[in-house]
Write a protein that binds this ligand. Structure first.
Ligand code: EPZ
Length: 421
């Protein structure tokens, strides 16, 4: 079994080129199945979830291969509409193939998606919206059978929650629906805009992405074609490495970090006493020897504070001066990293979706287990700030979203290595 060995107590002072965004690359790969033809996605991070998406695409009869930092997908030929259960369970994003297959073929069979255990991961918003578009969806023995005769029909859809995945699935399916689809209450995440840019470059007609109201004018399937597209930078990975520098009193430049999409995060880091500003090349941060506690952090849909950055910011604040509160308002069970941080000496009390973090003078290295993707990254952030050596297991979860996290931390001046045994 692989594990990370991280030796703390070093200021992280260095520069790092940020990876492409996992949460953009995955829906983009699904969109390549929708459009048919050949696509080149540039700067696709080498992640376990990307590999799983490639396996789904190949299982559908399309061709998907990596060429350096790019992924080439030729979906001219599609021989199946079934997404195997093992691949569905491998990640949450597998559900994003539903909208693409319905838009491409009018048919899809899949089971419920897996992904990090952050609480129930329902897909009711996806299914009710696709039914409004005309899909007939039956659920039996854990399998969803989705069909529609002819084309889906454009309609008005009001989302009761700005679900990122549901917004993406509706966009994908509505691209080839008959007529206009209007999504009200859409998710506004930058990854939604990246997907819309790609789809429009492939011949779709989408406007309003990035706002609460997205309009999709359906086109004939034959009108869609392949294109080349560079995946946007990963704002959550950038947040992770900024937090590692902040936790160690460091100074770093995260090259390519999207300052325009990181406002809520940089505001929290400034409250904690860091200087953060946009240099022409990315986000630059210098941190004090010891951070200040941030009184209140509430996770919200974009552009609010991102739930995916909650764990790594909490890890950075475990040694802050004072006490702060973190309220997780998106997922029911996203404090699974807390017990592991406590093993390292953190003082955190949780009640439901509320965590109270009281800064301690020091953290100590320990053997800890990644509970999920971002919780695992949080343990790496804390390990950089801890005295002594930390062993982090559960790397399969961290590798889902971070490209060689040990190399990135080392490049920033930390001491991290991946060992077997
Ligand atoms: C996306 O997940 C991201 N994943 C998540 O990142 C991110 O945390 C989340 O959006 C919120 O920003 C990808 O993009 C691959 P949601 P998604 O649908 O689409 C409830 C990471 O660490 N909900 O916006 O699954 C749901 O239970 C991952 O990179 C329903 O109730 O998120 C949750 O409480 C983790 N019914 C909330 O909405 C539905 O049909 C947010 O879910 C769908 C969602």
């Amino acid at each position: 079994m692989q594990k990370l060995k991280i030796t703390g107590g070093r200021r992280l002072c260095g520069e790092l080129e940020i990876q492409g965004a996992k949460n953009s690359a995955l829906p983009l790969m699904s969109a390549c199945v929708l459009v048919g033809g050949s696509c080149r996605l540039k700067r696709v991070p080498a992640l376990a979830d990307v590999h799983a998406a490639a396996r789904i695409i190949n299982r559908l009869g399309c061709k998907c291969r990596r060429e350096g930092k790019d992924i080439l997908i030729d979906s001219s030929v599609l021989t199946g509409v079934d997404i195997p259960d093992d691949l569905m369970r491998s990640m949450r994003s597998s559900v994003i193939f539903l909208g693409a297959l319905l838009g491409r073929t009018g048919e899809c069979r899949l089971s419920y998606p897996g992904g990090c255990e952050l609480g129930p991961r329902p897909i009711d918003l996806h299914l009710s919206a696709l039914r409004k578009l005309g899909a007939v969806i039956t659920e039996e023995h854990g399998t969803l059978r989705c069909t529609c005769t002819g084309r889906l029909r454009g309609t008005r859809i009001e989302l009761s929650f700005p679900s990122v995945g549901a917004t993406e699935n509706i966009m994908l399916a509505a691209c080839t629906a008959e007529g206009e689809t209007v999504i009200s209450g859409a998710a506004r995440e930058p990854e939604i805009e990246d997907l819309a840019r790609f789809l429009n470059a492939c011949g779709a007609r989408i406007s309003g992405a990035g706002g609460h109201r997205i309009v999709i004018n359906g086109v004939e399937r034959a009108r869609l074609h392949g294109t080349e597209h560079e995946v946007m930078p990963d704002r959550i990975a950038a947040a992770t490495y900024l937090c590692a520098a902040a936790a160690t009193g460091g100074e770093t430049l995260i090259k390519g970090a999207p300052a325009e999409h990181s406002g809520a995060l940089t505001d929290v880091l400034r409250q904690a006493g860091c200087r953060v500003f946009e240099s022409g090349r990315g986000l630059y941060l210098t941190a004090p020897a010891r951070l200040r506690a941030v009184p209140m952090i509430r996770t919200c849909p974009y552009p609010g504070f991102p739930t995916d950055a909650q764990a790594v910011v909490m890890a950075a604040l475990t040694r802050a001066r004072g006490t702060g509160m973190v309220v997780e308002r998106i997922f029911e069970n996203r404090f699974r990293h807390v017990d592991e941080l406590i093993r390292m000496g953190a003082d955190i009390k949780t009640e439901g979706r509320v965590a109270v973090v009281t800064g301690v003078d020091r953290l100590s290295g320990a053997a800890v287990v990644a509970p999920d993707l971002r919780g695992g990254a949080a343990l790496c952030v804390a390990a950089c700030a801890a005295e002594g050596e930390t062993e982090v297991t559960g790397l399969n979860l961290i590798d889902r979203g971070y490209e060689a996290i040990e190399k990135a931390l080392t490049e920033l001046g930390g001491k991290a290595e991946r060992v077997s045994g």
